[in-house]
Design a protein around this ligand. Structure first.
Ligand SMILES: C[S@@+](CC[C@H](N)C(=O)[O-])C[C@H]1O[C@@H](n2cnc3c(N)ncnc32)[C@H](O)[C@@H]1O
Length: 286
């Protein structure tokens, strides 16, 4: 297909051939120790999720997502969130604008964490302040959070296994033939790829899930070489610069519409990773 990378093109000779596949297998092994509750604690509680601070990471991400879906009018039938992990924040704005949302993750422990909440349980993190904050962004009373929770639970139809290193990352027959209207992926590709070539190749795989004219919202870490997936479990990350994100999107045939960057204030550096910034990219598949 035009604008897509050919079958695994260009990977050999840029760390991507045999050694790339060994790297992917090593990443997979690393993830076997991932602990959803610890990950949520490190990244989704204060100070990184402090709703009274405008410079906290999570409110920044929620505001970018809100603008994309509400102010820029992204809407459609099917949205897929790739590499959801144990988190739901990334679809709290989207759930008002899509008929169907598919969540996905490589690990069963993460899919189970999502299912727990979707089936009415509590899970390892209380998502209420997140729902309240997004209601406020939408100009609604924070007390509307219960309606939003209900909407989110009704719109998510599937929680599927996914592997971004496979040319077709989702189980066959999951999506309409033309593809999804929108893809979201946050902190996944750089956290599961052994090198930049694998990152770009995985981004090309995602493009196969998206219909022509569909939008990709890609959120990720800048300047990060590791993060903790559990106490003592350092998961290696491809350290990205803004320009590399832009060129990988270009190589995969996307049109970059917007790129916003957040720089971490010193007190958000907690030792649970060495991230220096976060990017939010909005791109379109021509
Ligand atoms: C850093 S977490 C991101 C979680 C969440 N999206 C967020 O915004 O916090 C990376 C996620 O990628 C998942 N993952 C690991 N290997 C993967 C693969 N090959 N394909 C897709 N996802 C993978 C992990 O299970 C984990 O949930």
């Amino acid at each position: 297909m035009e604008g897509e990378m050919g079958e695994e093109q260009g990977m050999k000779g840029s760390h991507g051939g045999e050694s790339g596949m060994e790297g992917v297998a090593a990443m997979e092994a690393c993830y076997q120790g991932f602990n959803p509750a610890a990950y949520l604690q490190y990244n989704y509680t204060a100070p990184r999720a402090d709703f009274h601070r405008r410079d906290s990471i999570v409110p920044w991400k929620l505001s970018c997502l809100h603008k994309a879906f509400t102010e820029e009018g992204l809407r459609g039938e099917v949205l897929v969130d790739v590499g959801s992990g144990p988190t739901l924040y990334q679809v709290m704005s989207a759930c008002e604008h899509f008929d169907r949302i598919i969540l996905s993750d490589f690990l069963e422990v993460n899919r189970n964490e999502l299912l727990k909440w979707l089936q009415g349980g509590e899970g390892s993190l209380d998502w209420t302040p997140y729902l309240q904050h997004v209601c406020e962004l939408e100009g609604r009373s924070p007390t509307a959070w219960r309606e939003k929770a209900e909407r989110l639970r009704s719109v998510v139809t599937d929680v599927l296994p996914v592997d971004v290193h496979q040319p077709h990352p989702l189980p066959p027959g999951t999506l309409p033939h033309s593809g999804a209207d929108c893809l979201v992926s946050s902190f996944c590709l750089e956290s599961v790829s052994p090198d930049l070539a694998s990152f770009t190749r995985a981004l090309g795989h995602l493009s196969r899930l998206l219909r022509r004219g569909g939008h990709l919202l890609l959120i990720g870490a800048l300047g990060e070489s590791f993060y903790l997936g559990a106490p003592g479990l350092r998961i290696p990350v491809v350290s990205l610069e803004e320009s590399q994100v832009c060129s990988s999107l270009r190589v995969c045939g996307y049109n970059l519409l917007r790129l916003s960057v957040y720089h971490l204030p010193p007190d958000m550096k907690l030792g649970v990773d060495d991230v220096t910034g976060v990017f939010f990219a909005e791109a379109r598949k021509p």
